[in-house]
Design a protein around this ligand. Structure first.
Ligand code: NAP
Ligand code: FE
Length: 370
């Protein structure tokens, strides 16, 4: 068997892990830039833990807190300009997938001149600033992936920078930061992580290792979603379950770092770009339709995914997930045709074990959204 596995991120998990390992920052340089969204990192304790740790080891820092959800190309160029102007040595990206992805692109653009038109073409030099990632949602797994997903208005879609140079050097996983997550963000991000694990199992690039991680991740996330669904009113999950979700999304991140994502993510990007559907929700709406297609051509593969959730049918999976995602959206025939054309050009399609034809993509949009 020929097989390669590469995941160079040092992952440190547990309560107070940042303060307990502040010495690590000294190995990365003398001046840091924190990359965050506008509010949450300041409110959930993650930014203050990072700044306390930096102060404890005498490292100065600046803050770029302008990352919006689904960060734009313009945002990361602005952040990179600030990093260059202040000659920072490393980046600490704190937040959900948006600040982590922005932080990775900033780390790349702070060290090399890349025109906007060249940004997604894969030609990068091996001189990216070291990246520390602090996830505060349990969803994207960006803390352990080589992807930075940005909104590219030129191409009217979300696109990935994919490079081994942007794997974070260190990821700190402290589930306490998730305590104040809204119900909607908790659910959507958990469903994103579930989608990574499921798509990993359905990828042509899967392996014995990615399958093992994906199956474990699916079990944890399904258990959490069942608990959340059983709550009469949106409430707080336990600290133990938050930690399990963070662990599960990290594992699912390791999975997609090996397998890539499939047509589910490709189709979701159009819903996010054109209809502002949250990333995880978009995947959750579409996942059942793709699993149904897989069931027709590779029933044993679909059964593997479903049995990890203790389900025997796609309908049962949908019954768990869809009610948690809120309102569906309506698309016109023209919109479906437009999005389908875009999806067919993505590289995600190549990862699919069961390759969807044009008609399949169109049908999946129709069945997912009715
Ligand atoms: P997000 O866009 O990073 O954050 C969503 C919202 O949650 C923001 O309003 C944010 O507020 C808030 N938030 C974050 N952490 C919080 C906390 N602990 N408590 C309270 N509120 C909190 O959402 P995400 O779903 O984590 O990331 C989505 C992005 O990741 C998309 O762009 C997607 O394409 C990308 N993604 C990347 C990968 C990868 O491998 N790189 C994989 C999948 C998805 P603030 O803005 O104030 O922080
Ligand atoms: Fe995702």
């Amino acid at each position: 068997m020929n097989y390669q596995y590469y995941m160079p991120t040092k992952v440190i998990m547990g309560e107070d892990c940042i303060l307990n390992h502040s010495d690590i920052f000294k190995t990365l340089g003398k001046r840091a830039m924190l990359v965050t969204g506008a509010r949450s990192a300041k409110l959930n304790g993650s930014a203050s833990d990072v700044t306390s740790a930096l102060e404890a080891v005498g490292i100065s820092y600046i803050v770029f807190d302008k990352v919006m959800s689904n960060p734009t190309v313009a945002c990361v160029y602005e952040g990179a300009a600030l990093a260059k102007e202040n000659e920072v040595d490393f980046i600490i990206a704190i937040g959900g997938g948006s600040p982590m992805d922005a932080g990775k692109a900033i780390a790349l653009l702070a060290t090399q001149e890349i025109e906007e038109t060249e940004l997604f073409k894969g030609k990068y030099e091996n001189k990216v600033l070291p990246i520390v990632a602090v996830p505060t949602t349990a969803g994207t797994g960006s803390e352990v992936t080589q992807y930075s997903i940005l909104t590219n208005d030129r191409a009217e879609t979300k696109m990935s920078i994919a490079s081994n140079y942007i794997f974070p050097a260190v990821a700190f996983l402290d589930a306490r930061y998730m305590a104040a997550l809204s119900h909607t963000t908790l659910v959507n991000t958990a469903v994103d992580a579930l989608s990574h694990a499921v798509e990993g199992l359905l990828s042509v690039r899967r392996s014995f290792l990615s399958d093992a991680l994906a199956l474990e991740s699916i079990q944890y996330i399904t258990e959490a979603l069942k608990t959340i669904k059983a709550m009469d009113v949106p409430g707080k999950i336990t600290a133990e379950m938050r930690e399990k979700l963070l662990y599960a999304s990290f594992m699912a991140g390791v999975v997609i770092a090996q397998t890539g994502t499939t047509v589910v993510h490709a189709m979701g990007y159009a819903l996010t770009y054109f209809k502002e559907v949250d990333h995880g929700k978009a995947n959750g709406l579409l996942m059942g339709s793709y699993l149904s297609l897989v069931e027709k051509e590779a029933p044993e593969l679909a059964a593997k995914v479903l049995s990890a959730m203790s389900f025997t049918s796609v309908a049962e999976m949908n019954e768990l997930i869809l009610p948690l995602l809120g309102e569906k959206i309506a698309l016109t025939e023209e919109e479906i045709e437009h999005y389908t054309q875009k999806v067919l050009k993505t590289s995600n399609i190549l990862n699919c074990t069961v390759k969807p034809e044009k008609k399949d993509v169109t049908d999946m949009y129709v069945t997912s959204l009715k």
